[in-house]
Ligand binder design. Structure first.
Ligand SMILES: [Zn+2]
Length: 248
């Protein structure tokens, strides 16, 4: 089909739609544009995340001076990359956009060091992990830190009921699923990891949070990378191990 065609090519319509949404998202009051980008790029795939415009424009937004726009751009870019890794079981989208991914990661690490809000900080850590692409369960890990609870399964192969692991203002404990519905549900204290013996990702994220001045996040991470007790069989298990299991 030529550019003189009287009938718009569907790809042209998609390109126009994508350009408009990205331009709208880059401006201030743009929550509808971001919501539409999430729907059409991430949830239903009616727009193509592999369009070179996507990660290029998101990287531009992440490098600009607007913290909210940058955070939204980093969040979406990271999620799109992890989704593509999972869906196609290749890292083609990362490789084809390597310069943009590097720009996004640099921007995420810069914003991380100057972001004061606890939840904003946690979302930037999620973006860093998603942009690095070494794990696919950053969303599940970080969502528990933000919401201050994980809903997890016991690792016992016999299959206990699911449970809540609470990490935050309500305390640090595990409880049966219906703890919120009753005052007299038995709770089991969590066993945080010793920061000195943390290893791997837990060690790295804990030290990063301390260095960035987010002591509460660092403390929460010792619980996320520590152990909980199943309320049913009373076995201790790794919290992060079950976060990974739940992420599949
Ligand atoms: Zn159990």
């Amino acid at each position: 089909m030529t550019t003189n065609s009287p009938v718009p090519h569907p790809d042209d319509a998609d390109a126009d739609r994508l350009t408009t949404l990205l331009e709208d998202a880059a401006t201030g009051q743009a929550s509808q544009a971001w919501s539409d980008l999430w729907t059409e790029l991430y949830h239903n795939g009616s727009l193509d995340p592999a369009d070179p415009l996507v990660l290029h424009t998101l990287a531009d937004m992440a490098e600009a001076d607007e913290a909210d726009v940058a955070a939204s751009a980093l969040h979406l870019a990271g999620a799109l990359l992890v989704q593509a890794d999972q869906r196609y079981e290749t890292r083609n989208l990362r490789h084809q956009n390597a310069p943009e991914v590097a720009r996004l990661l640099d921007a995420a690490n810069r914003w991380r060091q100057v972001t004061a809000g606890r939840n904003d900080y946690c979302c930037l850590i999620e973006a860093v992990l998603n942009l690095e692409g070494d794990i696919h369960w950053a969303e599940e890990l970080i969502w528990g830190l933000v919401s201050e609870e994980y809903e997890l399964e016991c690792p016992d192969p016999a299959g206990c009921a699911s449970m809540w692991v609470i990490i935050g203002e309500r305390g640090f404990f595990s409880a049966a699923e219906d703890y919120a519905l009753s005052d007299d549900v038995e709770t089991f204290p969590l066993h945080p990891a010793d920061p000195l013996t943390l290893e791997g990702l837990g060690r790295r994220l804990h030290d990063l949070a301390l260095a960035d001045g987010h002591d509460h996040v660092a403390r929460a991470l010792t619980y996320a990378f520590g152990e909980a007790t199943c309320p049913e069989c009373e076995q201790r298990f790794s919290v992060v191990g079950q976060v990974v299991a739940r992420a599949g």
